[in-house]
Each structure stands twice: as C-alpha cells, then as structure tokens.
Design a protein around this ligand. Sequence first.
Ligand code: N01
Length: 512
Amino acid sequence: MVHKLREQGLAVRGIERGSDVGGTWYWNKYPGASSDSQSWVYQYSFNEEIEQEWDWSCVFPQQPEILAYLQFVADKLDLRVDFDFDTSIDSISYDDAARDWTLTTDAGDALTADYVVTAVGCLSAAQAPDIPGRDSFAGLVLHTSQWPAEPLDLADARVGIIGTGSTGIQATPKLAEMSKHLTVFQRTPQWAAPARNRLLSDAERAELKRDIRTIRDTCKSSPFGHPYWPSEQSALAASPVERTARYQADWDRGGFDFLFGSYGDLIVDEAANETMASFVREKIAELVDDPQLAARLTPDYPFGTKRLPLYAEEFYPAFNRGNVDLVSLRNEPIVEIVPEGIRTASRLIELDVLVFATGFDAMTGPLTRLNITGRDGLKLNDKWADGPQTNLGLMTRGFPNLFMVTGPGSPSVLGNMPVTIEQNVEWIGDLIETLRASGASIEPTVESEQAWGDGINEIANATLFGKYASWYSGSNIEGKPKVFIPYPGGFGEYQRIAAEIAENGYDGFEIS
Ligand code: N01
C-alpha cells in the first residue's frame, strides 16, 4: 500500500508497531511457524523483477524464510524510509470541520491525513484466556504470536501448550522435539490435513517462474485465491472406491486442496462432508498408536468447518512420543493456573514454560483496538457493538476516507492472503486516485452496508462454516457478537463485485 500510494505521488507515512516489516511473519516466530499456502502463490505479484529474483527453498516456507522475503521486498522498493517503526497508534479521530484525520502515536506525535488506510492484519490481536491465576505462574509464559526472537533452550523444560488450532498443531511436534516434556491442553479436537512439505528442485523453481503469470491469473479468479478449484461434482455422486482413491491421492500430496480442491459440496452438505470426515478419522487412527488417545484427538464435528490446519502427518504422531501427554479439557477442565503449573479438575501438572496457542480476536480486534472516532463523534467500537458493518470489508459508514485492507466483510482469511491483500490494495489505491482530483470524501451508504452484511449471513448460513463454531464467527471470544465475519462468497466473485462497483462510479458509496 505504501509503495502504491507513493508511486501515485502521495506523501505516505507508515506506522508500524514492530521494529521492522513483516507483520504476521515478524511476530509469529514460534517453532514450526510456516505458511499453509504454497510458496509460489504466497508472494506479491505486482513486481515481476521481485517475482523473478526471489527463490523459495520449499513448498511451504517457514517463518524465517517468509520474513526474509518481506525484508527483501522492503529493500528492493526502499520502503523502510517511509515507516516509523516501534510506534503504535493511540487514536485515530476524524475532524468534521477540516474533513481530515488526526492520528496520535505512543511516541507523542500527532499526524494529520486526508486518507487513512488500516493494514493491521486479521489475526494480530492476540488473545489469552482469562484463566483464574493466569498471572501467578512462576515460569516463562509465552503467546505464540509474541514469541521471542532469540532461540529458547527448552531441553530441560516441562512445557505446557494450551490450544490446538493451526498454530498449536504446527508448534506441538516442534516443541515435543525441543523440550523435556510437553503437555498439550486440548479443548476441541482439531481436524488437520497433511502438508508434506519438501524442498523444491532447481528444475521446479525454473518451471514455476516460467509459468508464474498463468499461476497468478488462476489465483486471481479462483474462489480461494489459490491455483485450484473445487470440482463441480458432488462427493455423494462418486462411488466409494472413486472417492477414497481421490482422497488418498490428495492426502498423499498434501496441502489445502485436500479439502478446497476436492468435491464441490464438502463445505455445504453434511453427508458429503462425512465422506471426508470418515476418511480422516481412519487416518488419525492409523497415525496415533493408542486407540483411546486417537479417539480423544478425533473431532466430532464436520471436517474443515474451523480453518483447516496442515501438518497432520507431524501433529497426530507427536502423541506417540514418550514425552508428550494430551490433557483433554472436556474430561479434565483447567481449574486454575498456579505458580507451579496448571491445576485441572483431577491433578496438578507441573510446568516450567506455559505457551498460549489460543489465537486471536480475529478481524475486528485489530481495528477495535485502534481507538477510532469517526464523523459526528461516532466510535467504531460502538458502531460495531453487535458485529462489524462494512461494504466489501473495505470501508464502514461514518468513517469517511478510512479504508481497511482485509477488514471484516472481506474474503481475506477464507482465501490466500497475499492475493486478497493485493486486490484490496489496488482497489483502495485506485479509489484514492479518483478522489484526489476533487478532494472529495467517500463512505458506504447505509443500504449498501446492510446489503453486504445480509449477503454474508445468507451465504454463510448456506455453508457448514455458518453452522459450526469457529473464530470466523467470533465463537472463540467470550462476549464477542456471534456473526460471521469474513465474506464467504469466494474471492473470485468478490473481486468481480468490487471491480463492478468501481466501474459503476462506486455504486453503494456516497461521495461528497
Ligand atoms: O488460533 P485458533 P491459532 N481454554 O483460534 C484454544 C492462522 N494461522 O493461533 O477450538 C482452552 O485457531 C481453542 O480451542 P477451541 C489461521 O488462519 C495461519 O491456532 O476454541 N483452549 C483452539 O484450539 C488460523 O486459523 C498459519 O475450543 C482454548 C486454540 O486455542 C489462525 O491463524 C499458521 C481457550 C486457538 O485456535 C488462528 O490460529 C498458524 C481456553 N480458554 C495460524 N481459548 C499459516 O499457515 C482458546 N483455546 C499462515
């Protein structure tokens, strides 16, 4: 966004809480942190030189490599000069008379801006549950998204990890290898698919670079921003033999396409979904030696209705190790955290290190923490008290010229983030260019916001995503409104709608 606006000739200031670029990949340094999207689609596409110069080592790059890539991009485009690092926003307030924004920072600065773009990520507001005694623990406490940069020596440590989402699943096998003993506290069992990460050969890299434009174009029109589509075929229309062969081939290859590149009705039809769920249940039973343990690790809800984690091939077998225990919180809830460790309903588990892999106040959290006041003194947090209201996830009424990259109501987290981010950035940059000439302000109409929200609900309710608990609908945060947050109609369709709105003179937006 900084690069694009700068290219358009605007004076741009980036404010960044971290000490460097990288965002998610700057903060999430926990062992095992890795992209679940293939490297060649988990990168920018706006600059061919960057695309051709950068080489990925493997299919699913680890955090240090992705951070190095983002630093490489920052170097190539000389981006750091336009950022204030180690700086947090305290407040963002609209001035009705001057029709501009004032941003205050923890460095004591007040900046004035005609346009504000928030690029605060969807999963950057860490959440650690308010377990009684949380602050009394005498050992080291870590949240996976605030992991220290310097290596931790855990060889003699008894480590406890709470949470088995994508993060917990990536971290568990690595922590098991690094520590003396690992206790995994699981509230809801999680489905996972294999990653089957591997190094790329020189020949593969050359081929990917040759085909990069086609790959990009496919991502930009596909439902998930990935280079694959679900087939039109129903899982129920395939014979059991055909279906199992397909699931097995996809399971052996690894990656998200196990679910999203497979049959077209797995995420809308419970019976279709059950064909995949029963396949994976058998896999869990094969991967975990102890049948009782396998049963406790096996979910009882449809496959993939929470965001699908990868690394099944490492996570489930980690429980076969002698130094790993599973505490199933459904049978043995946590009562309190004490200086020595965690007291459950039946025992005290002594720990030296406690890891919260408990996720985020997703999508709305990063924005409601910015203390934003819009037109007529309207507070964003008040406006969104019953759930976010936006048009396209890009703007919210009452906050003129304030744009959100991957805001609530965008497809973002349901797709491949770099692809969806780029589309948002292009759309916002082009809109600012349109506004600049006249000095006009823009915000969504009441009707367009209502229609966008209704559309999200309608689509979500037609899928299994809308029926089962996940952070997509705020279920992980006590007191958070239970509404479906991302746009579930597919990235390709979203992009088509957003382009049409722009072509029609920003239909659904009020320009004044
Ligand atoms: O967080 P989560 P995450 N007591 O919310 C549990 C992205 N990501 O950090 O399911 C006990 O998914 C909670 O249990 P439950 C990806 O989009 C991307 O793992 O709510 N447990 C759950 O097991 C992902 O979806 C990559 O019952 C509690 C876990 O903590 C998103 O980040 C890699 C609890 C939280 O799971 C978030 O993933 C990693 C409590 N009080 C992550 N509260 C990439 O590939 C919560 N839990 C790029």
